[in-house]
Each structure stands twice: as structure tokens, then as C-alpha cells.
Design a protein around this ligand. Structure first.
Ligand SMILES: Cc1cc2nc3c(=O)[nH]c(=O)nc-3n(C[C@H](O)[C@H](O)[C@H](O)COP(=O)(O)OP(=O)(O)OC[C@H]3O[C@@H](n4cnc5c(N)ncnc54)[C@H](O)[C@@H]3O)c2cc1C
Length: 622
């Protein structure tokens, strides 16, 4: 798993937090910082006031009659919040969000603590079924995944990095039959979420892009210089004309704090909008159809894990529960492959390839050891103060995670796009901060010792190589007809040999980087980790390493594929309506026909904006 999700799926540290801080600690130091920030903020600076979040509609509903809503959005996550915010701009439309989780915890606000929210009560965590060629370092070869379970969804636990993807990504979508999804079509919808217009009750740009705080500038400078020696330039933004190079990229944050779409599109405006309701701890368990199964009439959900309720839908249902939970809910409701549903005795309403076409940027970490004569072993209190007072410093950073490289390893002159992304995470020599992060890789006792020693001797920079256009496809299937039961998840990374070759090209690039004069002058070394099963065959060491350390980058997409009406592999059409159902749309990362060449948050917000506009156009004036 890449920097974005590494700790969550792999650490086994017990839950040590207090009632107010119910997250799993990544290590003693991080825990300490987290508590310090919490106690200081609680009394003085109120970093995360209740005001950030909409009121819980469950507090208003006095009986079981939920009434009728024009639009019901399932999931107040990244895309769902955008859709709800936009639809409720029209005061005549009653809009309800049903969200399985609740408000995110305080740690979610502080960029540096983003990994501490992972693997907590605020996330779903999943285990994949092994294919024998990937994720071998994970117990049983079962790749770990996670996603957010709180307002803001994965956007409340992610690293906030903001990218949009390439012209090739979207021209590829429309070329494959998704009319209206070419680069020129989607570009305005990226801008829309950040446009600085409107007023408090109707801000046009609900979100903000900002610079992270400073951290590890010496490390960033080393990688910029090494890359320059290899002919790569510094880029400011990942946009047309600047797709290849290294940059210190921006995130979705304001004054050193996270702005999730739930904060921007729901929390900031709900108090001005009587027509926008958000119900928390409301887990949808079933969509109920009319007799012809061409309309969803009601939604069944479990409130606070104890009360089953239903809500009626007047106009449309928008499914935004994410790449794992959206297909699960559709299949539980009888929309899915008949060979999966029939054996489970689920009546098949629409036979569609739901759960297929799963994609992710399979990632592999490479470790650099960089000598550091002046290790620091305690947190810098001045820095913590600087954050509390001015929202600056390392707590406003995601470590060196803002440093990303986009490189092109293929030699096709017609293809201007990168095929590899490089993400950087630094653990300082002797610093317990981040040790928890490294624990994620400690597959056995020997390797645990190896890493512990390494970080006592040098700074360790973990460079994650992400394969931007993987060829392998996974799938998600139902195991039973019970909503509580886990899914059958087949990540299927590296099933296609080209994907191993792609990651190998990334490793070869890093080997060249390690030979640049600046890396040599700093004695920065690319480490060949002594994995026992890979040592026997020197020639195949790196392919073996890849199969051992391969993991998710938490960029799961594609399980409810969008495509032309004639495309039998597609589940929703270009206007995002589920095939065969007139009033059910999907708006989340699951609709991507192919994964974008960058992290997927920005593209998912764009999908939310696009979905909202399709709906507004269809219903305006009716
Ligand atoms: C750890 C991590 C780090 C990442 N880092 C980055 C990054 O830095 N930059 C980037 O571009 N991308 C990043 N990503 C990817 C990006 O965050 C996701 O692609 C994106 O947020 C997905 O949005 P979504 O709307 O599809 O789903 P989500 O944002 O996950 O929203 C789904 C919502 O639905 C709710 N829900 C689920 N089931 C139900 C149900 N049955 N009833 C009611 N509600 C339900 C969930 O609780 C959740 O709130 C990261 C992802 C993860 C997990």
C-alpha cells in the first residue's frame, strides 16, 4: 500500500486512544503529538468545532416516519457530498444524505496526522483473496484495503493530494463511448469546485487548494536535483504541458487544515439550507424497486445499528458509497451478475457486470538510506506551537508526501503521458515518529530487525512506485445475501506480466537516480532488502521483490463501469444512470471505465460535479 494508505491495512498496533481519540496509533511519538494537539485545540483553538459538520437529522426525526425526499444520496463521502451540496442549492428540492459513519475525528483535520485516522472506527478495512503473485508480504498474501467511513468518506482520511489526470485519460473515456467525458468536457468541472465566487450560503467554490507546511526540504531538494541530472524538470502543477517531472504538489486544505468535500459542500452550508438534511450512522442495506424494477421507490437503512427505517424517494437516488460499498449495495438489491446473485437466492432485477473491472494503481515501495549526522529524537515543541498559532510547520505537512514524480518509461514518442508516479515518505533517523509506518513492511521478525536497525543508522526514504495504467483487472463479489457479511474481493494485482514489467521500469529509473552525482555525494543508497525467498535467484530478485511488496495505493475504481448503452461491460450510461433503472445514478470513483493517471480524489470530485449537473438539467423546471 502506498503512503496514502500504508499504515491502515498493515499495522497491528493495538488501539490505545482515549474516548475522544478513537484511532489506532502509528507509533508512540505520533500518538503523543496527536494527544498534544488534541488537548491544546480542545480548549483554545477549537480546530474542529461541531460547526464544521451538518446537524444530524436523526436528532430532528421524532418518529419512524422519514417522509419523502426529492433526492436521496447514499454516502456523504467525496463525491456524494458534492452532489448533495449542489442539488440543495435549489431550495425547492428536498435533499437527504444517508451516511454510514459520523463526523470525522479531530486528527483528520491535521495533515501530518492523516495516517492516524486510518485503521480506526472511521474506516472500512478489507482483505483481498490472494492470487499468489502479489501482496506476498501481507499475511496469507491477502492484500489489505481501506476506505473512509465518516462524513467526507475517503476524502476525510486521505493525504489530500490534488491531481486531475491527463487529457489522455478523459479522451480515452469518451473514445470508448462515454459521450460528454472528453478532456474538454470535464475540465470546467474540476475548476468549478474551487471557483472563488458566490457567498456564504451559496459559495461557488466550496473547496480550497493550498500549500502543505514545510517538512524534509533537504530530502525534496535531493530528489529534485537527482531527477534534474536525469533530465527531468520541476513542475508546478500536473496539467497539460506539465505532465512529466517532479513537483511539490498542493493539497485540498486551508490554513493548514483539511477541507474535505463534506466540510465544504455540507458543513459550511447546511445551516443556511432547510432543504438539506444529513443523517449520520445511517447504513443503507437495500434499494427497494417498483414492480417493473425500473424505479427505486424506497431506501431501507439501519440507523445507529439498531433501528431499520425506510425513506421514500420522489425524484432520484444517487449512489455514492464508493468503489467497494456501491457495488455491494447494488448486488444486495438484485442488480448484478446473475451467476453471482442466483446461487445466493437474490432475485435478479438487472443482470449487469457489477463488481467487475476493478482497478487500482498497484504500488511497490523502494527504500533509500541516507546518512544523517544530526538525528532528532523528540518532537519540536516550537513547531507544534507554530502549527497551533499559525497553522504552519510540519504538522501542516504530510511529511515529504507532497513530493511526487511523474515519469515516462516507455519510448513511444506519440504518447506524452507518464506511466509511473513516484511518491515519497521519509522516516528520520532515530525518530520513532514514522516507525509505525515502517512496521507495515515488517513481514517477519528478521525484516523487522532489519528496518529497526536501518532507521537507527540513517534517514529512510520510502519511494512508492505506482503503476499508472495497470492492465490487470480484479473484481468484487457478494459472499452472501446478508449486508453484514464481508465481500469476496479479488484485487488480482500483477496477474498480467506487463504490470510487473511496468514496475520494473520504475525500479530501473530509481537505480539510475541512485547513481547520480548528487545521490552519490550524499551517500544515498537504494537498499536491496534481504527477503529470504528472493535472495536465491539474483537475476530474478526484483520481480520477486515486486510480488512480495506489491500492494494497493488505495485508488480503487471501476466496479460500476460507465460506458455506451451498447457496451455490455458497462453498468451505467454516460449520464451515470444504472442501465434499466430510470431514477438511480451512481456518482463515485466506481464509475471510472479506466483509472486516471494520478491519485483519484480530484477526478472523483469532478464526477460529483458532473453528476449534479446532469441531475439539475434533467429536473430543472419540472
Ligand atoms: C487512505 C487513502 C489515502 C488516499 N490519498 C489520496 C490522496 O492524497 N489524493 C487523491 O487524489 N486520492 C487519494 N485517495 C483516493 C481518494 O481518496 C478516493 O479515490 C476518493 O475519495 C473516493 O471517493 P468516493 O466518493 O468514491 O468514496 P468515499 O469518499 O469513500 O465515500 C463513500 C462514502 O459512502 C459511505 N457509505 C458506504 N457504504 C454506505 C452505506 N451502505 N450506507 C450509507 N453510507 C455508506 C462511506 O461511509 C463514505 O462516507 C486515497 C484513498 C485512501 C483510502
Amino acid at each position: 500500500m502506498s503512503l496514502l494508505g500504508i499504515a491502515a491495512a498493515t499495522t497491528t498496533t493495538p488501539n490505545v486512544c482515549s474516548a475522544q481519540c478513537s484511532v489506532t496509533s502509528l507509533g508512540a511519538m505520533q500518538f503523543f503529538v496527536s494527544l498534544l494537539v488534541e488537548s491544546l485545540f480542545k480548549d483554545q483553538c477549537a480546530i474542529s468545532t461541531k460547526d464544521n459538520w451538518p446537524q444530524d437529522y436523526a436528532e430532528e426525526v421524532t418518529n419512524s416516519d422519514m417522509g419523502t425526499f426529492d433526492f436521496v444520496i447514499i454516502g456523504g463521502g467525496s463525491a456524494g457530498s458534492v452532489v448533495a451540496g449542489r442539488l440543495s442549492e435549489n431550495p425547492l428540492w428536498r435533499t437527504l444524505v444517508l451516511e454510514a459513519g459520523t463526523d470525522p475525528p479531530l486528527e483528520s483535520e491535521v495533515p501530518f496526522l492523516f495516517t492516524s485516522v486510518q485503521s480506526s472506527n472511521y474506516t472500512y478495512s478489507y482483505r483481498g483473496i490472494t492470487n499468489g503473485v502479489s501482496c506476498k508480504s501481507a499475511a496469507g498474501g491477502n492484500c489489505g484495503w481501506l476506505s473512509g467511513k465518516c462524513l467526507g468518506g475517503s476524502g476525510a482520511i486521505n493525504a489530500m493530494l490534488y491531481f486531475r489526470g491527463t487529457r489522455g485519460d478523459y479522451d480515452g473515456w469518451c473514445g470508448a463511448g462515454c459521450e460528454g467525458w472528453c478532456y474538454e468536457d470535464v475540465w470546467p468541472y474540476f475548476r468549478k469546485s474551487f471557483e472563488n465566487r458566490g457567498n456564504e450560503t451559496h459559495p461557488s467554490g466550496y473547496m480550497k487548494l493550498g500549500e502543505y507546511g514545510n517538512y524534509g526540504e533537504d530530502i525534496k531538494s535531493l530528489f529534485f536535483s537527482g531527477a534534474k541530472e536525469l533530465g527531468l524538470r520541476k513542475i508546478r502543477d500536473f496539467v497539460e504541458g506539465s505532465y512529466v517531472g517532479y513537483g511539490n504538489f498542493r493539497g485540498i486544505l486551508e490554513e493548514g487544515r483539511r477541507i474535505s468535500s463534506a466540510k465544504g459542500f455540507l458543513g459550511r452550508v447546511a445551516k443556511y439550507r432547510e432543504n438539506l438534511k444529513v443523517m449520520k450512522n445511517a447504513r443503507v442495506t437495500q434499494l427497494l424497486f417498483n414492480k417493473k424494477a425500473d424505479r427505486v421507490t424506497e431506501i431501507e437503512f439501519l440507523l445507529q445499528n439498531r433501528k431499520t427505517l425506510k425513506v421514500k424517494v420522489q425524484k432520484e437516488v444517487i449512489l455514492s458509497a464508493g468503489t467497494v460499498e456501491s457495488p455491494k449495495l447494488l448486488m444486495l438489491s438484485g442488480v448484478g451478475p446473475k451467476d453471482v446473485l442466483k446461487p445466493l437466492n437474490i432475485p435478479v432485477r438487472h443482470n449487469l457486470p457489477i463488481g467487475e473491472n476493478l482497478q487500482d494503481h498497484v504500488a511497490v515501495p523502494i527504500f533509500f538510506a541516507i546518512p544523517n549526522e544530526n538525528p532528532s529524537t523528540s518532537p519540536d515543541l516550537d513547531e507544534i506551537y507554530a502549527y497551533l498559532k499559525y497553522q504552519k510547520g510540519f504538522l501542516a505537512s504530510i511529511g515529504t508526501g507532497s513530493l511526487n514524480g511523474f515519469i515516462k518509461t516507455n519510448s513511444n514518442p506519440k504518447d506524452p503521458y507518464p506511466d509511473i508516479q513516484l511518491q515519497h515518505f521519509t522516516v528520520r533517523r532515530g525518530a520513532p515518529l514514522g516507525m509505525g509506518f515502517l512496521q507495515g513492511f515488517m513481514a517477519n521478525e528478521k525484516l523487522t530487525k532489519y528496518f529497526e536497525n536501518l532507521v537507527q543508522q540513517a534517514d529512510v526514504v520510502v519511494v512508492f512506485i505506482l503503476l499508472l495504467q495497470p492492465k490487470s483487472r480484479g473484481k468484487i463479489q457478494l459472499k452472501s445475501s446478508q449486508p453484514e457479511d464481508p465481500l469476496l474481493i479479488y484485487p488480482n494485482y500483477l496477474q498480467r506480466r506487463e504490470d510487473v514489467d511496468g514496475l520494473m521500469a520504475g525500479i530501473e529509473y530509481l537505480q539510475r537516480l541512485a547513481k547520480t552525482s548528487i545521490f552519490k555525494s550524499k551517500k544515498a543508497k537504494l537498499m536491496r532488502i534481504p527477503i529470504e525467498e528472493c535472495l536465491g535467484d539474483a537475476e530474478n530478485f526484483w520481480p520477486c521483490y515486486i510480488s512480495y511488496y506489491s500492494s494497493t495505493s488505495s485508488h480503487l475504481v471501476g466496479t460500476i463501469k460507465m460506458g455506451a448503452d451498447s457496451d455490455t461491460t458497462a453498468c451505467v450510461g454516460p449520464r451515470l444512470k444504472v442501465k434499466g433503472v430510470r431514477n438511480l445514478r451512481v456518482a463515485d470513483a466506481s464509475i471510472m471505465p479506466t483509472i486516471t493517471s494520478c491519485n483519484t480524489y480530484g477526478p472523483t470530485l469532478m464526477i460529483g460535479e458532473r453528476a449534479a449537473e446532469f441531475i439539475q438539467r434533467e429536473w430543472r423546471g419540472k
